[in-house]
Design a protein around this ligand. Structure first.
Ligand SMILES: [Zn+2]
Length: 320
């Protein structure tokens, strides 16, 4: 008999839940506010009521629950370690709390890892057994898939592609290290570089797009200015693309993937970012690595987390 799952995407601002079935069917998705500032007990209660609400009369048929949450987290133990956008959640045993509250098995995975799994099963990486996914937005995260399996590591902390050190004495990263890819090429890094260059006297239409207030400069505005041909904005995206390309060179050397999939808000600027990425890769590594490894945009949008949670929970329960 076909199994039924509930999948949940726990974000810093909203919780999404859907009734789901193998391989990729999502039914009646609902969303509700996380209310993260009210602490874990309130949020866990909200997750449980979202799960019961989306299941409705089908609750008795639900076999298991898959939940995607912000990392870092330990998927083996089902424990949230220290997420930056969920205050009070350090070392929270989310899997145990939910499985005893809901009386169902619960599987937990981190958002960037599960986005990778979703892209490989249902999106841009379909048919590729070796894939690397990179998401470039407020942070830079990712996932590595080897031989059709997500690489997790001993505590589930593998594939933090945004925290590879690329400039040992570079700008401070949110993780406390210096010169991580995230500190060099994420949305906030692009905005910070734009502010610095403009403060140093460089003329650019980015400032006018931000209403002449440097504090309102975002990577999205840099992207818009670049699309309109602003030279500084184009340079800033080239610089971000260069660092992402250098990061990809490291990843290609380590894992020899068959495709690189790039998602996240910053990637939506398209070729203005992808061209410098591809150029950097091709200039710095043997063609044996890149000629059979396209670098392509992600294919899934809002549902990527829910689909990743479904792939994860199905991997655990479909065979049995
Ligand atoms: Zn870092």
């Amino acid at each position: 008999m076909a199994k039924h799952y509930i999948v949940v995407d726990l974000g810093g601002t909203q919780i999404r839940a859907a009734l789901a079935a193998f391989p990729n069917r999502l039914h009646q998705t609902i969303r509700t506010e996380t209310l993260a500032d009210q602490g874990p007990d309130v949020v866990i209660q909200r997750i449980e009521s979202a799960v019961r609400q989306v299941a409705g009369e089908r609750w008795a048929d639900v076999d298991a629950i898959g939940i995607v949450a912000p990392g870092p987290l330990d998927p083996w133990l089902g424990v949230i370690l220290e997420p930056p956008n969920l205050p009070g959640w350090a070392n929270l045993p989310l899997k145990d709390r939910l499985s005893s509250g809901l009386n169902r098995p619960v599987v937990l995975g981190n958002d960037a890892n599960l986005a990778a799994l979703a892209e490989q099963r249902f999106g841009a990486g379909q048919g590729k057994r070796h894939m690397i996914y990179i998401t470039v937005s407020t942070g830079i995260g990712g996932g590595v898939i080897i031989d059709d399996k997500l690489l997790l590591g001993v505590r589930g902390l593998a594939a933090e592609v945004g925290h590879m050190t690329l400039e040992p004495y570079g700008p401070l990263c949110t993780c406390g290290n210096k010169g991580c890819l995230e500190a060099l090429a994420s949305g906030p890094a692009i905005a910070r570089n734009a502010r610095d260059r403009i403060a140093a006297g460089r003329a650019s239409s980015i400032l006018a797009l931000a209403g002449d207030d440097p504090q309102r400069i975002t990577a999205e505005l840099v992207g818009r200015a670049a699309t309109q041909g602003d030279p500084l904005a184009i340079e800033l995206l080239q610089q971000a693309g260069f660092y992402i390309g250098v990061g990809i060179v490291n990843l290609m050397k380590l894992f020899n993937p068959g495709i690189i999939v790039i998602g996240g808000g910053v990637s939506q600027v398209g070729n203005l970012l992808f061209e410098p990425i591809r150029h950097t890769v091709q200039a710095r590594i043997s063609h044996f690595y890149w000629e059979n490894c396209p670098i392509v945009p992600a294919a899934l949008s809002d549902d990527v987390g829910l689909l990743g949670a479904l792939a994860m929970v199905a991997d655990e329960f479909e065979q049995t």
